[in-house]
Design a protein around this ligand. Structure first.
Ligand code: PDD
Length: 285
């Protein structure tokens, strides 16, 4: 099956999917993106992803490339043309092509790229055994709520985690508080069953999986609490876990090499994952 991608108005073979060298997304990371999960050929939580995409564009004053309904049609068409049953679709909007100058071009024509690909099922061991994280300083910019493609800090931090043999890096602010992972949100479970994750202000990306898990908290008899937590508190927590489109919900069993709880995935993370999987499967049925 030849892969097909969408670039600036055309569906093209993936190998020919190219943008101009003076696209501002390429030169300045002047662009935003979304990664949406596909199950049974359908987008998971599409409305929330497109809401966030529009919000990112508004915050950066990048014009919408086309009305929402049309953008959804193009996104679904890329999924369809690639016959993706389970996978991800990637949508990127840039401020378009212009002579290289920092200030915005006078009449920007936004660029739009959509790609889709199948993914293998998540290795069962990740859920069964949990994952480890390291903690490192959060060296990113101050507007992490915008899903910008300026991801070099995330790339460097994730590489550090990979080289340390960890699944993810949890990023830590100047006050010793965890912000989030390089591509996931960070959570702890307190001994009195409070589900704690950082407030969705400018310091983190408000994950769509995070919102879905927050919705599920009450069904599991958990109290959802938005506040910062420290690395120390996380190490002493009953459980820890992370959420994201690719990771879904994964128990965190080691932080900087120290076990969380008994070092095994806990019941809260496992139950939330089961509830999330059931919800996503029924939405995609
Ligand atoms: N990353 N925080 C950051 C910094 C992220 O990059 C992501 C997602 C999340 C989780 O958001 P969501 O639940 O909406 O996926 C949190 C995507 C998947 C990526 O860059 O590949």
């Amino acid at each position: 099956m030849p892969r097909v991608s969408y670039v600036n108005g055309r569906y093209v073979p993936h190998g020919e999917a190219t943008i101009h060298v003076e696209d501002r997304g390429f030169q300045f990371a002047d662009s935003i993106y979304e990664v949406i999960a596909i199950q049974n050929g359908r987008l998971v939580d599409a409305a929330r992803h497109f809401d966030r995409l529009e919000r990112s564009l508004r915050e950066l004053r990048i014009p919408v490339p086309m009305p929402r309904a049309a953008l959804e049609v193009v996104t679904r068409e890329v999924v369809r043309r690639n016959r993706v049953g389970r996978g991800t679709v990637y949508v990127q909007v840039t401020r378009g092509r212009a002579r290289r100058e920092h200030a915005f071009p006078k009449s920007p024509v936004p660029g739009l790229v959509v790609t889709a690909r199948p993914t293998r099922p998540q290795p069962a061991a990740l859920l069964a055994e949990g994952v480890s994280v390291i903690t490192i300083p959060d060296i990113r910019w101050a507007r992490r709520d915008i899903k910008s493609t300026a991801l070099i800090a995330n790339v460097l931090c994730r590489q550090q985690a990979t080289e340390a043999g960890a699944y993810e890096a949890w990023l830590v602010d100047a006050d010793g508080m965890v912000t989030e992972g390089t591509a996931s949100n960070a959570w702890i479970v307190t001994r009195d069953r409070h589900l704690v994750t950082r407030t969705a202000d400018h310091s983190i990306l408000c994950g769509i999986t995070r919102l879905a898990v927050a919705d599920l908290a009450a069904t599991q008899g958990l109290v959802f609490e938005e506040r910062p937590f420290s690395v120390e508190e996380a190490k002493r927590a009953a459980e820890a876990f992370l959420t994201g489109t690719s990771s879904i919900v994964l128990p965190v069993v080691r932080i900087d090499g120290a076990p969380v709880g008994d070092g095994r995935p806990g019941p809260v993370a496992r139950n939330l994952r089961a509830a999330y999987d059931a919800m996503a499967a029924s939405a995609a049925a």
